[in-house]
Design a binder for this molecule. Structure first.
Ligand SMILES: [Zn+2]
Length: 465
């Protein structure tokens, strides 16, 4: 008997990411409600299932949705920050002052704009490292249909370097930080029908006391979630940490017992080999963000140890970062960089493979946030979070190797259709849950006001006449 399902995707090339990493030609996927119920050859799946909706994937590569491991929604000053400042000054003089004057209305509309950019480039799940107005961010995530982790950004010390931030911006005392964090986890973890996880999101780079790092981890342990922060992201941070604690950033976390399997560290471009061992021993999760690392000159190819981490089975996810630093949310561009930088840095084309990078952007991403049992592969029983990539485009012809084309040739523009929990968020590049005209209208109206409030004029090295 033929069973009716909600969506039947047929005749596609399937990058299953299953245990054998099979690439299925002429493959089909049956989706019922939020889950994949069957994957196989089109003729076999057709014999068993009929779709209320059928998607012809004959010129599509179908794969699990990408995870952007570091995707701020509240960095909205894209282009207002000069492209020639180091991490430390970037935070102190630019990033935080903008965040300090950002309003709830701005956070809501820009979040939608940033999520539209992510959906259009194949990201289905993102790790938001801490926002300012959690309820409105949750509302925007709920409305767009994406999957995410988020939380409220908190810290209990003056900014990185001691006095970085505008007066009192997000700074609370230890008790307030922990109270707010626990309230968020209790109230919102599992929001949007389970598509949102709330993490203990602390800032991390010199702004958080040992007690806050440990307290956040304790809350994460207690409530079965994660603690997330930025760490080891610049030489300046390492120097300051050594000055204050006598140890390097990761080393210090290890010493005080703040590492662990539910601890997620962003950037990590300035680490030593003994710190890699500490990460491996504690099963701490790491996210590499090549676009931000390169633009802010973090020295990722000099002092980064991502290959060494992966060689020791540390889970390394892949991300972009906020649009104030990475300037884009296209994971295809991040995959290209993650696949090519280590080759060049080591004078070794064998340093990393395209396959490894795809694993970073899918399997590792989900593992790093504790979602790998339900997501990351095209297999029966998994959540139906997947993307269809149009391979009927010049950059995909010919494609003797779909994996190579995906990592080295394509951009996020190739993504045609995006599905999260069985809901179609984009089809034929048309967004289904976001009204882009409305989002653009709001963002364009709000943009000059932000610059005005922050008292900064957009700069141009060339005359704008
Ligand atoms: Zn960040």
């Amino acid at each position: 008997m033929v069973e009716t399902v909600d969506i039947l995707i047929e005749s596609g090339s399937l990058l299953t990411m299953d245990g054998e990493r099979r690439i299925l030609t002429d493959g089909a996927i049956a989706i019922r409600a939020d889950r994949i119920v069957a994957v196989g050859k089109t003729k076999d799946i057709r014999a068993e299932y009929r779709g209320r909706k059928t998607i012809d994937a004959s010129s599509r590569l179908v794969m699990p949705g990408l995870v952007n491991g570091h995707a701020h929604l509240i960095e909205i000053a894209r282009g207002l920050i000069p492209d020639n400042v180091h991490t430390s000054d970037w935070l102190k003089y630019w990033c935080y002052p903008y965040l300090a004057v950002t309003t709830e209305e701005e956070e809501y509309w820009y979040s939608k704009c940033i999520m539209a950019e992510m959906i259009r480039s194949g990201t289905t799940c993102f790790v938001e490292p801490g926002c300012k107005f959690l309820p409105s961010t949750l509302k925007s995530i709920e409305e767009t249909g994406m999957r995410a982790t988020t939380g409220s950004w908190v810290w209990d010390q003056g900014g990185p370097d001691g006095q970085k931030c505008p007066d009192n911006f997000l700074k609370m005392n230890l008790e307030e930080c922990l109270e707010k964090t626990e309230h968020n986890i209790k109230t919102y973890n599992g929001a949007a029908d389970g598509r949102v996880k709330v993490f203990a999101t602390i800032e991390g780079v010199g702004t958080c006391s040992d007690d806050l790092m440990l307290g956040a981890k304790e809350l994460a342990d207690k409530h079965g979630t994660f603690t997330l922060m930025h760490k080891a992201s610049s030489r300046e941070e390492v120097a300051r940490e050594i000055q204050v604690t006598g140890h390097r950033p990761v080393e210090h976390m290890y010493e005080i017992g703040a590492l662990g399997p539910n601890v997620y560290l962003n950037h990590m471009t300035a680490v030593e080999l003994d710190e890699v061992d500490m990460l491996a021993e504690t099963d701490t999760k790491v996210c590499e963000n090549p676009p931000a690392a390169l633009k802010l000159a973090k020295g990722t190819t000099r002092t980064g140890k991502f290959l060494e981490m992966m060689a020791k089975n540390v889970t390394v996810a892949l991300g972009c970062d906020g649009v104030n630093s990475a300037d884009h949310k296209d994971m295809f561009r991040s995959m290209f960089l993650a696949a090519t930088l280590p080759k060049d840095a080591n004078f070794d084309p064998q340093a990393i493979t395209a396959e490894t990078v795809i694993e970073m952007a899918t399997l590792n991403g989900y593992r790093a946030i504790g979602w790998d049992r339900e997501l990351g592969t095209l297999e029966a029983g998994k959540k139906a979070d997947l993307i269809l990539i149009d391979i009927d485009r010049p950059e995909w012809v010919p494609s003797y190797n779909l994996v190579y084309s995906l990592v080295y040739s394509a951009s996020g523009d190739s993504v045609d259709t995006v599905i999260v929990e069985g809901q179609i968020l984009m089809e034929g590049r048309e967004l289904k849950t976001i009204d882009l005209d409305e989002v653009f209208a709001h963002c364009r109206e709000l943009a000059p006001k932000l610059a005005e409030r922050a008292n900064v004029k957009p700069e141009s090295r060339w005359p704008v006449v």
